[in-house]
Design a binder for this molecule. Structure first.
Ligand code: HPA
Length: 277
């Protein structure tokens, strides 16, 4: 078994001279949000391919780089392109970037994603602040030897998503007249979309939205002591609820269509979070 702490440390050591700011917030950009990174006051960019031992995202439309910079006076690091379990990486590789961003100094993890809407009150194009999650359908990234440098063997998950940060996102939404839903996000492995029976199962279990990322990252971040928040963009209604077959094109089309509003919501939320953290 690799020493995962050393792996993250080696990644960090290979780029630390190129990191000129200490990020406070780590932002992970989901489908369609990628170019948000270009909107901030950029100080520097590090391509994943230039980081020793770093997994590379293989999904089309996902860039692979860390963008460092500021929104107002808030220093942040942005992951433009995440690593997904369905790409074939082990869970410890999938969450390595999260641990690396913590090592860079980030205290807050802000997760975004595209997801399928299960809650019938939701509409395509809605935003959902994640209030809780179901990660039980993907392996925990904490399986294997525990590295105390990261956190405790049996971390508490009773408040994965910080109530304080949820309040700030909801305040930012309200102040900018952006409608926002609240709900539980469930992660499946993907890459196939779900069958209607699987979505029914997710619904019975209490999920409001389903996707292929996020919860494993949140588990690793909680383990390592970060404060976490997340927003899902409902890019389509889930299988069996939607009347048409699902496709990556539909996901991308919706994500692109609502991107301007999503970017405003994320930016204003970060400003709100920056005030108190
Ligand atoms: N299911 C899983 N992942 C997704 C979906 C979906 O319907 N939409 C966007 N990502």
């Amino acid at each position: 078994m690799n020493n995962l702490y050393e792996d993250v440390k080696n990644c960090y050591n290979s780029i630390k001279d190129k990191i000129t700011i200490k990020p406070k917030i780590a932002l992970v950009l989901g489908s369609g949000l990628g170019d948000f990174a270009e909107q901030i006051n950029i100080t520097n960019i590090i391509d994943y391919k230039d980081i020793a031992g770093f997994p590379k995202s293989t999904v089309e439309g996902h860039k692979g780089r860390f963008v460092f910079g500021y929104i107002k006076d808030i220093p942040l690091v942005i992951m433009q392109g995440r690593v997904h379990y369905y790409e074939g990486y082990s869970m410890d590789k999938v969450v390595l970037p999260i641990r690396l961003m913590k090592m860079m100094g980030a205290e807050v993890l802000f997760l975004t994603n595209a997801s399928g809407g299960i809650n019938k009150e939701f509409n395509v194009g809605d935003f959902m602040v994640i209030k809780d999650q179901i990660s039980s359908f993907v392996p925990s990234p904490l399986i294997g030897k525990n590295f105390e440098e990261f956190g405790t063997r049996f971390p508490d998950m009773s408040e994965v998503y910080s109530k304080d940060l949820i309040g700030k996102i909801e305040l930012a939404a309200k102040n900018n007249n952006i409608n926002i839903q609240e709900g539980v996000y469930l992660q499946l492995t993907g890459p196939n979309f779900e069958s209607p029976a699987e979505i029914k199962m997710c619904s019975v279990l209490g999920a409001d939205a389903v996707g292929m990322s996020t919860t494993c990252e949140a588990v690793a971040a909680k383990h390592i002591g970060m404060k976490i928040c997340g927003i899902s963009c409902i890019t389509n209604m889930a299988s069996g609820i939607s009347e048409t077959p699902l496709s990556h094109e539909e996901v991308s089309e919706t994500a692109d269509r609502v991107a301007p509003l999503f970017k405003t919501l994320v930016e204003q939320s970060i400003i709100e979070i920056g005030k108190g953290n």
